[in-house]
Design a binder for this molecule. Structure first.
Ligand SMILES: Cc1cc2nc3c(=O)[nH]c(=O)nc-3n(C[C@H](O)[C@H](O)[C@H](O)COP(=O)(O)OP(=O)(O)OC[C@H]3O[C@@H](n4cnc5c(N)ncnc54)[C@H](O)[C@@H]3O)c2cc1C
Length: 382
C-alpha cells in the first residue's frame, strides 16, 4: 500500500519544529543574515539535542529540517549536520570506538562535524582531489587544501575525503577524521557568500597534519561507499530547497491577499492565479520526490536515482519559486525587509552544494542507460 500521509507522531513533530522556528528563530533570522552572524554556541548545542538522534527515520529528520529551514537555514543546518551529514558516514562505516566516542556527542550537540570533499581544482570532478594522507608508522600525515567547507573553522571534527594511495581516480580515495585542533591544520578567511550568511565557509589547509591511523573511517577504494551515504546528505540538501520553495509560496499567498492594485487585491488577477498554481505544483512535486526517496530508505540508505531526481528538481524548483515570489511581491520583494530575497539567495547555494543539478542529471542518465558516461576527454588536449 502507498501512503502519502504523515503519521500522527510525524505531524506532532512538524508542529513542534514549526513552533520552535516561529518563536525562537523567526525574530532573529533576518538580523543574523544581515550581520553574517554565526549561530550562537548555545543554539548549536541545543538544536541537535532537541531535534535529533531519537532513533527516528530519515523522513522524521527531514520534517524537522524543513520546518526550521522555512524560517532560518543556519538553525536548520545544525540539525542537518547532526542527522544527515558526515556523522552518518561514521554510523555506517566507522569503527566501534569511533561510533562510541563521536556519535552520542554529535547527537547531543556537544560536537559538530563538517565534511571536506571539494578542492580548488576538484569540484564537480571530485575524484580529481589531490589532498593526500600518507601512512607514517601509526599515523597519517595529511597535505592539501579543501575549499568551500561549510562550518570550516567552526566545526570540532572534519570528515576528510582524501587520497590514501597513489592509485588514480576514485580508487585511491578514502576518508579520515581530523580534529579541528590538529597541529598544521589552518583555516582560510571566511568566504563572503551571496547567501548562507549565517553558515560560515572557509578553506581547510593541511600542512603535514598528523592524525592517528585509528582515525581512518573508509579505506582507499571506498569512494562509492562514501557517496552512497552522501545520498542522505543530498536529501537533506533537497529538503532545504523544499523549505525555501514552500516558504516563498506561503508568504506569497499571504501577500497577494493583502496587497491591492487597481482597487482589488492582487489575488483577483488571473495572471496571479497562473503563477501561484505553477509555484504550488513545483513545490508539491519536489516534496513527493523527496518523500519517495526518504521513505524508500527508512533508516538505511536511499536509492541514488531517487535522490538525484529529488535533489535536481528541488534545487531548481527553489530558485524558480523564490524568483516568482520576488516578482509577485513587486518592489517589496526586492527589499531585505520582506525576506524573499534572502530565500532566493539561499536557494542558489543549495543548488551548488552537494553536487550541482548538472551532476545529478548525469547520474540520472547513467541510471537510465545502466552505464557510466565518462565526462573526461578520451585524449588530453594539447
Ligand atoms: C554554499 C556552498 C556550500 C558548500 N559546502 C561544501 C562542504 O561543506 N564541503 C565540500 O566539500 N564542498 C562544499 N561545497 C562545494 C560544492 O560541492 C562545489 O561547489 C560543487 O560540487 C561544484 O563544484 P565547483 O564549485 O568547483 O564548480 P565546477 O565543478 O567548476 O562547476 C562549474 C559549472 O560547470 C558545471 N559542470 C561541471 N562539470 C560538468 C559536466 N561534466 N557536465 C555538465 N556541467 C558540468 C557545473 O554544473 C557548474 O554549473 C559547497 C558549495 C557551496 C556553494
Amino acid at each position: 500500500m502507498i501512503s502519502f500521509d504523515l503519521s500522527v507522531e510525524q505531524r506532532q513533530l512538524r508542529e513542534l519544529a514549526e513552533q520552535v522556528a516561529r518563536e525562537v528563530y523567526d525574530p532573529k533570522a533576518a538580523q543574523w543574515d544581515a550581520d553574517r552572524t554565526v549561530l550562537p554556541a548555545e543554539e548549536v548545542r541545543r538544536l541537535p539535542e532537541e531535534h535529533g538522534g531519537s532513533g527516528g527515520s530519515l523522513i522524521d529528520a527531514l520534517i524537522v529540517i524543513e520546518e526550521l529551514a522555512k524560517t532560518c537555514r543556519p538553525a536548520a543546518f545544525q540539525v542537518f549536520e547532526a542527522n544527515v551529514g558526515p556523522a552518518r558516514v561514521i554510523e555506517f562505516f566507522g569503527t566501534g570506538e569511533q561510533q562510541k566516542s563521536i556519535l552520542p556527542r554529535v547527537v547531543s550537540g556537544e560536537l559538530t562535524m563538517a565534511i571536506g570533499i571539494s578542492e580548488p581544482d576538484a569540484g564537480s570532478a571530485a575524484t580529481d582531489m589531490r589532498t593526500r594522507a600518507r601512512l607514517d608508522g601509526d599515523e597519517y600525515v595529511i597535505t592539501g587544501t579543501k575549499r568551500w567547507i561549510s562550518n570550516g573553522g567552526h566545526a570540532d571534527l572534519y570528515l576528510l575525503y582524501c587520497r590514501l594511495t597513489d592509485e588514480p581516480g576514485s580508487r585511491g580515495i578514502g576518508a579520515l577524521i581530523v580534529p579541528a585542533g590538529a597541529p598544521g591544520l589552518t583555516f582560510g578567511e571566511r568566504e563572503r557568500l551571496m547567501g548562507w550568511r549565517g553558515i560560515p565557509s572557509a578553506d581547510l589547509v593541511f600542512d603535514e597534519v598528523r592524525v592517528p591511523a585509528s582515525n581512518l573511517v573508509v579505506a582507499a577504494g571506498g569512494f562509492s561507499k562514501l557517496f552512497g551515504v552522501f545520498s542522505i546528505e543530498r536529501l537533506g540538501n533537497a529538503t532545504m530547497s523544499l523549505a525555501i520553495g514552500q516558504a516563498a509560496l506561503d508568504r506569497t499567498v499571504r501577500y497577494v491577499q493583502e496587497r491591492h492594485q487597481f482597487g482589488r487585491p492582487l489575488v483577483e488577477f488571473q495572471n496571479v492565479h497562473m503563477t501561484l498554481a505553477d509555484m504550488r505544483m513545483q513545490v508539491e512535486a519536489a516534496r513527493l520526490l523527496i518523500y519517495r526517496a526518504a521513505a524508500g530508505a527508512g533508516q538505511g540508505l536511499p536509492v541514488p536515482l531517487d535522490v538525484s531526481l529529488a535533489k535536481c528538481f528541488a534545487n531548481e524548483m527553489a530558485k524558480r519559486v523564490s524568483d516568482a515570489a520576488i516578482q509577485l511581491h513587486g518592489g517589496n520583494g526586492y527589499t531585505e525587509e520582506y525576506g524573499i530575497e534572502r530565500l532566493h539567495r539561499d536557494a542558489h547555494g543549495w543548488a551548488i552544494a552537494g553536487g550541482t543539478p548538472a551532476i545529478q542529471r548525469i547520474r540520472i542518465a547513467s541510471e537510465m542507460f545502466g552505464r557510466r558516461f565518462d565526462q573526461r576527454p578520451t585524449t588530453v588536449p594539447a
